[in-house]
Design a protein around this ligand. Structure first.
Ligand SMILES: Nc1ncnc2c1ncn2[C@@H]1O[C@H](COP(=O)(O)OP(=O)(O)OP(=O)(O)O)[C@@H](O)[C@H]1O
Ligand SMILES: [Mg+2]
Length: 330
């Protein structure tokens, strides 16, 4: 279950004034650390989330993503380290910064006996910056954006997990935000809902909103993120633009009636991690250009029926960094 965690909101004029002259990262941490007893849940991480980007905060269950996000939002205090949000040191800057930050995080529930719409109306009414005269328009626009308008009158307790997730997302969209921090925003959504949220995040990013989203679904992150950070056992083991994070080189797959000869020839060429499955031979090309591999096979008298190259994925990166697989099916 998720719910909105923000204090209040500001209008577009406030946004413009607040962003004027502010450069630097949207989120920056230095040595951010959280210990629970003897366990170090977050271990000296230096996050850098550039403005205007979509940053995928990745890691398996228990790697420290939610704990980090809680610290970023000031919901729990760090054991050590510092951080800034939108250029302001936290927690000191919370009063000015948090109204410009929308957050979706596991936490206090919505009111179970009120409808989705009524829940949003309550949240909106609690926002001292929001104009009550336009509340209805604001709430319904947010519901529409997450595809919940048809279910607006249904009680929250009758909502499915995916509908609850959508409502939490709608709550972050009641007013424009400069930064959205979303903890597993597609958790509980079906494939169609996941696609819709992805489209929504892309649209928000196109409007200039910086998005930090955590996920254990690598394929999803690859589709929408410009940057990623990978957590493993509380440590940030990789971070940067997506293009820089993908492992170099290609994995190839050749289809041939003479797979054994193909394995031999490709091995001589320096292709590593060769494997044979029926007529299919796969391997890591490393620095070797794919066309050279095809030429070597043909010159070696191996008939090539099919030849494909596969770009390494974020999952390959993750496995190479941590020796673990990710739950990619969700
Ligand atoms: N309040 C707490 N008290 C004790 N341990 C905690 C507390 N909160 C988190 N932890 C521990 O810290 C570690 C990191 O947890 P965290 O929830 O940050 O992981 P996560 O990356 O968000 O995982 P998931 O993908 O399952 O959401 C886990 O081992 C967890 O058990
Ligand atoms: Mg979590």
């Amino acid at each position: 279950m998720s719910a909105l965690t923000t204090t209040s909101a500001t209008g577009p004029a406030g946004l413009a004034a607040a962003s004027a002259g502010l450069a630097g990262p949207a989120v920056s941490t230095t040595g951010l650390t959280k210990r629970f007893g003897h366990q170090t849940a977050v271990d000296h991480i230096d996050l850098a989330v550039p403005r205007g980007g979509v940053y995928g905060f990745l890691g398996p269950n228990g790697s420290g993503k939610t704990t980090t996000i809680r610290m970023l939002l000031g919901l729990i205090g760090p054991t050590a380290g510092q951080h800034t949000l939108l250029g302001r040191p936290m927690p000191g800057g919370a009063g000015t910064v948090l109204p410009r930050v929308g957050a979706l995080i596991e936490g206090p529930a919505f009111h179970p006996y009120l409808s989705g719409r009524a829940n949003l109306r309550r949240l909106d009414a609690a926002d001292r910056w929001a104009d009550p005269a336009t509340a209805g328009v604001r709430v319904d626009a947010a519901l529409d954006r997450v595809g919940l308008l048809a279910a607006a009158k249904k009680r929250y307790r009758a909502y499915s997990l995916g509908m609850r997730q959508r409502l939490a997302l709608a709550a972050t969209l009641l007013v424009p935000r400069e930064l959205l921090i979303l903890d597993e925003p597609t958790n509980g959504l079906d494939p169609q809902g996941t696609r819709e949220v992805r489209t929504l995040i892309a649209a928000l990013a196109a409007d200039g909103t910086t998005v930090l989203l955590s996920s254990h679904l690598l394929s999803e992150v690859e589709q929408i993120c410009t940057h990623a950070g990978v957590m493993h056992q509380g440590r940030l083991v990789a971070q940067g633009p997506l293009a820089d994070l993908r492992p170099a080189g290609h994995r190839i797959s050749a289809s041939t009636p003479e797979p054994e000869a193909a394995v031999r020839i490709l091995g001589e060429l320096g292709v590593t991690d060769l494997a044979r499955d029926g007529d299919e031979v796969t391997g890591d090309l490393g620095d070797t250009p794919p066309e050279k591999a095809v030429a070597a096979l043909v010159h070696g008298g191996v008939p090539v029926r099919g030849f494909t190259t596969v770009r390494p994925s974020l999952e390959d990166l993750f496995v190479s960094l941590t020796g673990e697989g990710f739950d990619v099916s969700g």
